[in-house]
Design a protein around this ligand. Structure first.
Ligand SMILES: Cc1cc2nc3c(=O)[nH]c(=O)nc-3n(C[C@H](O)[C@H](O)[C@H](O)COP(=O)(O)OP(=O)(O)OC[C@H]3O[C@@H](n4cnc5c(N)ncnc54)[C@H](O)[C@@H]3O)c2cc1C
Ligand SMILES: Cc1cnn(-c2ccc(OCc3ccccc3)c(C(=O)O)c2)c1-c1ccc(Cl)c(F)c1
Length: 470
């Protein structure tokens, strides 16, 4: 009877959304001994027949790896990823310039999205206290009672209750809908004018078409393209371009014309037919940035991952930020002894500033890259970053390094970056003033003999004229 009462005390946590963050979160809560009910609208992607489509990949970096480490999955996922040890910047003339991230051993990983999701679902399912409910699309839920209504693909409905509902149902979250009906809930969403399209770069003679251990980037201001390697020796290229530009390209010839103009080196690597086939396979997809606050309702519901903060993909941090949400929540559960009425408000207080900061940083990167960044500028900026970091490793840490290779809180990385910019600008100003003062001192101290100067200038002019006269 004691065990029954203990059994009765076990709380039920409903994780809505079995994507990357939901599946990982199920592991975190199952690890704590909760009864976890995972609800996912899609069928079990592990059972779906292997459709040899395009493999979509993502950049996994430190924050995401730390979350995987918490549930013992880091080694497994890292072993199935491909290291990208530097950026490879492709110039218009075909020149490739590798730029290290900074220190040796600092690399990001290209991981396959579907494979990662499957591994996380399998890990969640391995806990005896976790139940997987596929083909369960949340339709509505009640913030007072915690009662959820799910609809199945056969049209039938099911209801379920939980002590805690964790909304991990992505950028267009159904869980978040209830939040929107409540007062003092801040919400903003921004669609950017760019869309994205994924293209596959096949192997050439069974080998990678380009060097595999790099994040390949073609920065062309308005147009940008990146390529991440896959285990099957293909690259998944993502083309970012304004929708109005996508709409101008309507024929196979126009695709080649466009790539000839902006990404000429990729045509022989992707192949004309593959390029024309892939380009028209799917329309360009939209990118949305979502910010909201608070992330919780009472002690009943909390949002995590894209449901809480969808970010534009120009920092490669969306999944990493969502994975870090899981660690932060878990740490607060320890601090407040799993008391949801204290944990949820604290999670909002701690996490909102950081997720808003990465949303802003990703948008800043998008605007900066769209406006200024071609290959020369990209190379210049990153080389300056690396030199300053080398000269003053404790004072100047590139923003990308803080975001990608540390768990510095996102909003603190932004503060540090602003402070560093001030120091650098002040340093530049001082050295400019010093040069002017020093120069003028020398001119006053040792005035040049102007007559000699004029003679030598006249002599130079005569020589130039002589050169030009046949
Ligand atoms: C082009 C592009 C490139 C990106 N590149 C990177 C990158 O390099 N690195 C990185 O870290 N991030 C990247 N991201 C971001 C990353 O994809 C997302 O941050 C991540 O997928 C968020 O995971 P999530 O689980 O919160 O949401 P999702 O992955 O969207 O999962 C949500 C899940 O909820 C389910 N669901 C939805 N509605 C319901 C419902 N009503 N009931 C039940 N289930 C529901 C969905 O079926 C899905 O399985 C990129 C995003 C894009 C668009
Ligand atoms: C998937 C992924 C992982 N990281 N990054 C990333 C993003 C931005 C970066 O710098 C911005 C900058 C360069 C030069 C000047 C200002 C800002 C760097 C970098 O520093 O290498 C790396 C991406 C990515 C995603 C989309 C596009 Cl379009 C892209 F190019 C890269």
């Amino acid at each position: 009877e004691r065990s029954a009462s203990r059994q009765a005390k076990k709380k039920v946590v409903a994780v809505v959304g079995g994507g990357l963050v939901g599946a990982l979160n199920a592991c975190f809560f199952a690890n704590r001994g909760f009864d976890v009910e995972l609800y996912e609208s899609r069928e079990d992607i592990r059972r779906a027949k292997v459709v040899k489509g395009r493999s979509i990949n993502l950049a996994l970096s430190h924050r995401g790896r730390q979350a995987l480490k918490h549930v013992g999955l880091e080694e497994k996922i890292v072993s199935q990823g491909i290291q990208m040890q530097a950026r490879m910047i492709h110039s218009l003339n075909g020149k490739q310039s590798p730029i290290p991230y900074g220190k040796k051993g600092q690399y990001i990983l290209s991981v396959d999205r579907a494979n990662l999701n499957k591994e996380l679902l399998t890990a969640a399912e391995s806990y005896p206290n976790t139940k997987m409910n596929f083909d369960h699309k949340l339709q509505d839920w009640n913030a007072e009672t915690g009662l959820m209504t799910f609809v199945r693909s056969d049209g039938s409905k099911e209801q379920a209750k939980a002590d805690l509902i964790v909304g991990c149902d992505g950028a267009f979250s159904a869980i978040r809908k209830q939040f929107l009906r409540r007062s003092r809930f801040d919400y903003s969403q921004t669609y950017i004018p760019h869309g994205y399209m994924e293209l596959t770069m096949p192997p050439i003679n069974g080998e990678f078409a380009m060097k595999p251990n790099y994040l390949h980037i073609w920065p062309r201001n308005t147009f940008m393209m990146i390529a991440l390697p896959n285990l099957d020796k293909t690259f998944t290229c993502t083309l970012f371009m304004p929708f109005e530009e996508f709409e101008k390209i309507t024929t196979g010839d126009e695709v080649i014309e466009f790539f000839q103009k902006y990404f000429p080196d990729t045509i022989p690597l992707i192949g004309v037919n593959t390029l024309q086939r892939d380009y028209f396979r799917l329309p360009a997809q939209a990118m949305v940035s979502v910010k909201c606050n608070p992330y919780h309702i009472g002690d009943v519901c909390v949002l995590m991952g894209d449901a809480a903060h969808a970010v534009v993909p120009f920092y490669g941090q969306g999944m990493n930020a969502g994975f870090e949400d899981c660690i932060v929540f878990d740490e607060i559960m320890d601090q407040f002894n799993e008391d949801f009425s204290a944990v949820l408000p604290e999670y909002t207080r701690v996490r909102v500033p950081d997720d808003h900061a990465i949303a802003d940083l990703a948008m800043y990167n998008y605007i900066e890259m769209r406006a200024h960044v071609n290959s020369k500028w990209f190379i210049f900026r990153k080389r300056v970053d690396n030199i300053l970091h080398f000269l003053m490793p404790k004072t100047i840490i590139p923003l990308y390094t803080m975001v990608t290779f540390t768990r510095t809180r996102y909003h603190e990385a932004v503060k540090q970056w602003h402070w560093q910019n001030k120091v650098i600008n002040r340093g530049l100003l001082l050295s400019a003033v010093g040069a002017v003062l020093g120069g003028s001192y020398l001119l006053i101290k040792h005035p040049p003999d102007l007559s000699k100067l004029i003679v030598s200038a006249e002599e130079m002019w005569d020589r130039l004229v002589a050169l030009r006269t046949p």
